[in-house]
Design a protein around this ligand. Sequence first.
Ligand SMILES: Cc1cc2nc3c(=O)[nH]c(=O)nc-3n(C[C@H](O)[C@H](O)[C@H](O)COP(=O)(O)OP(=O)(O)OC[C@H]3O[C@@H](n4cnc5c(N)ncnc54)[C@H](O)[C@@H]3O)c2cc1C
Length: 614
Amino acid sequence: MSRPEDTSSVTGHISSHVTRRRFLQSAGAGAALAVGRPLFASAQDATPSASPIAGPLVATNLPASWDREVDVVVVGSGAAAFAAAVTAKQAGADVVMLERAANPGGTTLISGSEYWIPNNSKMLAAGKTDPKDWALKYMSRLAYPQLYDPESPTLGLSQRHYDLIDTYYDTGAKAVDDLEKWGALISRIQPPFGYGQENEISDPDYHADLPENKAPHGRGLNPDPDKGGSGAVPVQMQAWTDKNGIPLLTEHRVVGVFQNSRGEVVGVQVENKGTQLAIRAKKGVVFGTGGFTQDPEKSLAYLRGPVFASCSVGTCTGDFLDIGIALGAELDNMGQAWFLQCPLEMALQAPSLPGADVWLPWGDSMVIVNRFGDRVTTEKMVYNERGQTHHYWSPQLREYPNLVQFMIYDDAVAQDPAEFAFRFPIPAPGDKADYVISGDTWEELATNIDARLDSVRGKGSISARVGPNVKLADDFVDKLGQTINRFNGYAESGTDEQFGRGSTPIQVAWGAGTTRSPQLKNPTMAAFSGNGPYHCIMLGGMTLDTKGGPVIDTGAHVMRVNGTPIPGLYGAGNCVASPAGQAYWSGGGTIGPALTYGYIAGQNVAAEAEKSVD
Ligand SMILES: Cc1cc2nc3c(=O)[nH]c(=O)nc-3n(C[C@H](O)[C@H](O)[C@H](O)COP(=O)(O)OP(=O)(O)OC[C@H]3O[C@@H](n4cnc5c(N)ncnc54)[C@H](O)[C@@H]3O)c2cc1C
């Protein structure tokens, strides 16, 4: 198994930054791994090679003999899959794990391994409380903002959506406590690393400022490297599955399921290095196969807006979506993803970009503008919210004016020696990065940006392209000048009247951290220098991965369109419709539900009766 660098001293999202060296390796690895369907025909496009599932997806003619027979087949080897495998095994089931890639761990392995668990026992032990009614309001408001109604018994959500969140609150804490009790995942509260958080037990939740958030510190957990041996979720959990006799078969891609005459899922069709295998699952099958961003066709078809890349591993092409559709599963949340930004030119080279994520743009004299020279939001907003600004559609212009954004900063930022967690993508002084564009004056910078855009024109990746419209507006330099003048005024007064930069706890915790921050009126903003050079990094929208797919109920059963479960079939993590809806509740907001619903799936599948194969 390829192990991540030790993430013990730095946690969560930092790891993506501290592992820039690893990124350069993994970007190459990502390109090699990426196997989705091609959307772009041009050879210059950094597009994955085709590898859709060719077979029947659902087979009802059952094999006369099976290559392997177990109680439970778990598909994938990320957070959701490991939680299901451990829990099913602990409940007495005989389990096998099947992983498509050559190395296990999925996107979870390269993540920060933080999991957001409301009302967890660690925060309670630290003296915090997390009242359920408020936690549900917080989660519901962010998951379905267009429906949220605090007066409604389901907070304005459909009963199904409400129940998934309710169950998450009730079960998440028990899931991580049980995983710890069994020795599979030893957790701790993720220690703070943000600016000015020395006296808190953790960094603040991403939306600590919302009135519904009554527990802004302590919900984010991560593996305890001192007690568990590794800071990475899959590494800890694989140590347990290895010890407890769960085979993990890599290069085993599940390409379909077997259904018996009663419509029960009784096994999986597997492709292993060109050989077809049939593996019987006497009790059932759990999918934890990640999202679908790496399939450009699916991303174009379903996502709410264009994306240039994903930091998911290249094998996350949505195989379970194809299988679920073939089985008649209901789909939900298809337009949503865990959104993010990345350096555009990296995305154009490799659409699977683990480690090239712009979590919180660093720098005080720094703004992010669109091609018209206008800021589009507070630059210090968390990634999921900022990532969605790329999707804004202008009815007047009939284009996505924020498709490509320009992170512009002065030389004081470039030369600042601060080693802050989120400094990437701005190189340290003395380091060089090809994607940085510089100019001695604003005019020269604009000329150089235009030239760089021309050099990548026509190139695309995943579901977006640098098309003919993606060029700086004729009055860009004037407009940028106005934007910078306004911004300088905000920096001097300490108040960003346009977007409230630095006005929420996370924006300061993760958005300050320059050498000048302690001296600034607002630690996230400093006035731009009147003298160049100035610098620019072009940004594109990306995902951590998608979070739509087949619907599950509170028991992690995969549901048909008619509201009945598909017997013997379970799902968790990014391959199913997420309980989080649109939300990124906070750091760990993806792995928290993956672990929780993986645990639920493991419990329920182990309790199933053996199914006959006729
Ligand atoms: C740099 C980075 C930092 C991140 N930090 C965090 C964080 O701190 N907290 C957080 O909550 N989220 C974080 N994320 C996001 C998080 O990693 C993912 O959302 C999460 O790990 C997904 O877990 P999963 O179990 O659903 O799927 P994955 O971990 O993606 O696992 C899916 C697995 O299924 C396999 N697979 C796919 N198809 C098949 C098939 N047909 N047959 C067999 N196997 C198959 C894949 O190869 C893969 O190994 C981060 C992501 C990145 C890239």
